[in-house]
Design a protein around this ligand. Structure first.
Ligand SMILES: *Cc1c(COP(=O)(O)O)cnc(C)c1O
Length: 379
């Protein structure tokens, strides 16, 4: 066991099991030489739309582009305020700033790590045009509450589902919806380590709105609907045919992959739940959790020393995310408009969270090894 090369995310082990199918899919694209907009792209978009129960899926080059294209498609303008959580990956606020809009940060819920809906309404002004909830680590934000607030103030909702592809949301209406299909537009990333990852960069947008879908397609393709007729300023952001072919193979296994992650998380939970120094990930009542990351909170003990201790056994552990967005240097220009918030939870999380290896190839002996070495630190 100790000799095993432990990864945060074991892409090699996963590839080994589907190598024949993947290699065949890639070779077919190369043989066809339809590298851009090949038929695999349209097929993948249809299959993913079917899986998610959403009307339109539009592929693009990565998850960051997907967020940018979403804000452009909604017709937002420089100076518009866009609300995002303080505790997330930088991409979510980066695109807001890039488009000349003003990112407004909101603290997160200390248990479920997603945007704190109680504080959301406090930062809404007449300039607020959109909210980007992030379904962090594989669990949904409280979408019913977010949609209720958004509709009361006439604000768009763009879901960042980069870490939650396949997560079920249990709406108060009784319906079960997939993450990313609940707001006006949903976005995702197919970065290799995401729950549905390709073998390079890739991303997609989801919407049930025909007009928005048309805008998104046009923006992602140089602002044109008819070739060489450019109706607006767009971008060049495409999902490669090879990546779409790989994703078509992996989509068939997505439920199985997510279940493997859930099983691994439950095993970790069973080892850690009685340890007074560890808070196992909570499960929101409105969502399942597909564990893009398995993230513990370390209580009354030194988190960084725990990481060093694990490292000495060849166990990687990561801090997602060590610095809340409001404290990032890049965020300095927006500090004055974000003055009023103490960001208590995001600061606390940045100092106490640790993510353990989590992927589709975890087995009991690996989980036990990691679990035992983790617990040994507190003895
Ligand atoms: C990965 C990720 C993105 C960006 O996706 P890329 O494909 O790397 O551009 C955006 N938001 C969140 C929450 C992510 O985890």
């Amino acid at each position: 066991m100790d000799m095993r090369d432990i990864q945060m995310c074991d892409l090699k082990g996963q590839y080994g099991k589907i190598k024949t199918e993947i290699d065949f899919a890639i070779q077919q694209v190369i043989d066809s030489t339809a590298f851009i907009k090949g038929k695999e792209v349209a097929k993948f978009q249809d299959e993913l739309a079917n899986y998610l129960g959403v009307k339109h899926v539009i592929g693009c080059a990565n998850g960051t582009d997907a967020l940018q294209i979403a804000l452009m498609a909604l017709g937002l303008k420089p100076g518009d305020e866009v609300i995002t959580p303080d505790f997330t990956f930088i991409a979510t606020v980066e695109v807001v700033a890039l488009l000349g809009m003003v990112p407004i940060l909101v603290d997160v819920d200390p248990l479920n790590f997603t945007i704190n809906t109680k504080q959301l309404e406090e930062v809404i002004t007449p300039r607020t045009k959109a909210i980007i909830p992030v379904h962090l680590f594989g669990q949904c934000a409280n979408m019913d509450e977010i949609k209720r607030i958004a509709s009361r103030h006439n604000i768009y909702v763009v879901e960042d589902a980069a870490q939650a592809l396949g997560t079920d949301y249990y709406s108060t209406s009784g319906a079960t919806l997939k993450a990313g299909t609940i707001g006006d537009i949903g976005t995702t990333s197919f970065f290799p380590s995401k729950n549905l990852g390709c073998y390079g960069d890739g991303g997609a947008l989801f919407t049930n709105n025909d007009n928005l879908a048309e805008e998104i397609r046009s923006i992602a393709n140089h602002g044109m609907k008819v070739r060489y007729h450019h109706d607006r300023i767009g971008v060049n952001s495409r999902l490669d045919t090879i990546q779409a072919a790989i994703l078509r193979v992996k989509l068939k296994y997505l439920n199985q992959y997510n279940k493997a992650r859930i099983d691994a998380a439950n095993h970790y939970d069973s080892m850690f739940k009685t340890c007074p120094h560890l808070m196992v990930p909570s499960r929101a009542k409105w969502s399942n959790h597909i564990f893009h990351q398995y993230t513990l909170r370390v209580v009354d003990a030194n988190r960084d020393d725990l990481i060093k201790h694990l490292g000495s056994f060849g166990i990687p552990a990561m801090v997602y995310y060590p610095i809340p967005l409001h404290q990032q240097k890049a965020f300095e220009p927006y500090r004055s408009v974000n003055r009023t918030h103490p960001f208590t939870s995001s600061l606390e999380l940045a100092n106490s969270v640790v993510s353990l290896p989590m992927h589709t190839e975890m087995d009991e002996s690996l989980l036990n090894f990691i679990g035992e070495k983790t617990l040994a630190f507190f003895k």
